[in-house]
Design a protein around this ligand. Structure first.
Ligand SMILES: [Zn+2]
Ligand SMILES: [Zn+2]
Length: 367
């Protein structure tokens, strides 16, 4: 089928929108009419090769919401006309040992996620397009996806909210609920207040954390964090974050710290502002050589201090997303304020550039 797709003709962040041929959906696959795809910084990292190099034209877009247009063989979860969101995480089979232990990521009965593999799109010059960061490419009018990546979207939830739920929000909010699991009254600090960090703040607030300390070098992000529930803000450009957090927490540091940004020394500093019995949860990452985490002494762990990580909020897709939709409906979480600007697919370059300049979360309207 002839569709429109945004693609980088070669590795990089310059994209063009052009007509391409999309294969028919295969076994357990659906074709989605993409309504919205929100921009995640991972899209930009993937297109530029920071998450791994690729050869040939590349496509991205993994925060997808739309309508089922067609189904391939053996699809049982959805039918044409259903509203869905499409995530890069997969819902596992539900009955293998990993799924029964709530680790759908490791389901042994569905194909694993694979990136930088040929997509179902072919350029009119015959080149196959590479899928750079998900099993689907949402910066397009139509995309194919495995049914395991889908969650039905309730009729009253706007597509753009579904898109934002599909990755950025769950990566922060889900990680707090599923990995940090703070109890009411515990202290919480988040380093990096972009979309993921702000979603973590929402998770901490809903969990009853106090204080909630937002750490970022940009005042505009600190202001946003306060809007989402932070009780204190710290700007490392103005003050030593370790000292500031200890001052706020009676000298101990926080029960829970959360790293939602990558960069030299950031994890080490965040670990230092975590209480000796606390836990640091890491979401933001870049190449280990730039992280400065080599100097860790085992003595630091004697009082029970922990480091853990989280990918995609450690969510169980079809258990957690319906809960998030209900929380949104009841005003317990504020997804609307995460969304910044809206762009039609033809203006995706502008949308990507705007995201690169720091816009929280831009929406690409694909149909
Ligand atoms: Zn993402
Ligand atoms: Zn399974």
């Amino acid at each position: 089928m002839r569709v429109k797709l945004a693609l980088a003709p070669r590795m990089g962040r310059q994209v063009v929108v052009e007509e391409v041929e999309l294969d028919e959906p295969g076994d357990h696959e659906v074709r989605i009419k993409v309504m919205t795809c929100t921009i995640c910084h991972s899209d930009i990292h993937a297109l530029t090769g920071e998450h791994g190099e690729y050869e040939g034209p590349g496509a991205a877009g993994h925060e997808i919401a739309g309508i089922i247009d067609a189904v391939g063989p053996n699809v049982s979860y959805v039918k044409p006309g259903d509203r869905v969101l499409c995530s890069e995480v997969r819902q596992g089979c539900g009955y293998c040992e990993q799924c029964l232990n709530d680790r759908h990521w490791f389901c042994t009965n569905i194909p694993p996620m694979s990136f930088r593999v040929p997509s179902p799109y072919t350029r009119l010059n015959g080149e196959r397009v590479i899928q750079t960061c998900s099993g689907a490419s949402g910066f397009s009018t139509y995309t194919n996806a495995l049914e395991h990546m889908l969650v039905k979207l309730d009729d009253d939830i706007p597509f753009e909210i579904g898109s934002a739920l599909a990755c950025g929000f769950m990566s922060g909010f889900g990680a707090v609920l599923n990995r940090c699991k703070p109890t009411p009254g515990q202290s919480f600090a988040v380093t990096g207040c972009g979309g993921v960090g702000l979603s973590a703040v929402m998770g901490a607030r809903l969990s009853g954390c106090v204080p909630i300390i937002a750490i970022d070098t940009q005042q505009v992000k600190l202001d946003a964090a306060v809007k989402f529930g932070a009780t204190h803000t710290v700007n490392p450009k103005q003050t030593d974050p370790v000292k500031a957090v200890r001052d706020i927490t009676g000298g101990f540091g926080v029960d829970h710290s959360f790293v939602a940004v990558a960069g030299p020394g950031i994890k080490r500093t965040t670990f230092d502002l975590t209480a000796m019995y606390g836990q640091m949860t890491i979401v933001g990452h870049e190449h280990p050589r730039n992280e400065g985490m080599g100097e860790i002494n085992f003595m630091e762990f004697l009082a029970g201090k922990r480091i853990t990580g989280s990918v995609m909020g450690a969510v169980t897709l079809r258990r957690d997303i319906p809960k998030y939709m209900e929380m949104y409906r009841r005003g317990l979480i504020d997804i609307d304020s995460l969304l910044t600007n809206r762009f039609p697919l033809d203006q995706i370059q502008e949308a990507l550039d705007d995201s690169e300049r720091g816009a929280l979360k831009n929406v690409v309207i694909c149909n």
